[in-house]
Design a protein around this ligand. Structure first.
Ligand code: FES
Ligand code: FES
Length: 159
């Protein structure tokens, strides 16, 4: 049954007419044309579809859109501010932390969630937090380096 579902998407009030059981990823990509968030596996196994729901890293492919009613959804498309990349985005570029880039939006959102709850993660904490994210290009060492670099920048107040 179709319902009107209002929520906040990247700082803007949006609403969709959708079956609340439809997955958030499809609604973002097909109904709202927010295609920065990627489809990898569709089974909560790869992390490509990671968005933040009220600040918590969430797999959009298995999240019914009805769950985000009235909540705050942040995607890779909402990170840049006034033409400036988020420090995590910038660090991924500076550290060359991507090859094909398919996993990157989800990786970056996972890293943002980590750094917003832990401003000084150890390398082990970064590895543990990012473990659910799959990079088929195996850019893992550079991804960890990028997150360490972003943490330093964010702690320095350069956001
Ligand atoms: S597409 Fe959602 S976890 Fe893989
Ligand atoms: S950069 Fe290709 S999957 Fe991660």
């Amino acid at each position: 049954m179709t319902e009107t579902i209002p929520f906040n998407l990247d700082g803007t009030a949006r609403e969709v007419r959708a079956d609340p059981a439809r997955d958030l990823l499809t609604v973002l990509r097909e109904d709202l044309e927010s295609t920065g968030t990627k489809y990898g596996c569709g089974e909560a196994q790869c992390g490509a579809c990671t968005v933040l729901v009220d600040g918590v890293a969430t797999r959009a492919c298995v999240t019914p859109v009805g769950v985000v009613l009235g909540r705050d959804v942040r995607t890779i498309e909402g990170l840049e501010r006034e033409g400036r990349l988020h420090p995590v985005q910038q660090a991924f570029l500076d550290e060359d932390a991507l090859q094909c880039g398919y996993c990157t939006p989800g990786m970056i959102m996972g890293a943002v969630a980590l750094l917003e709850r832990n401003t000084s993660p150890t390398r082990a904490e970064i590895v543990r937090a990012m473990n659910p994210h799959v990079c088929r290009c195996c850019a893992y060492p550079r991804i960890v380096a990028a997150i360490e670099s972003a943490a330093r920048v964010m702690k320095g107040g350069a956001v």
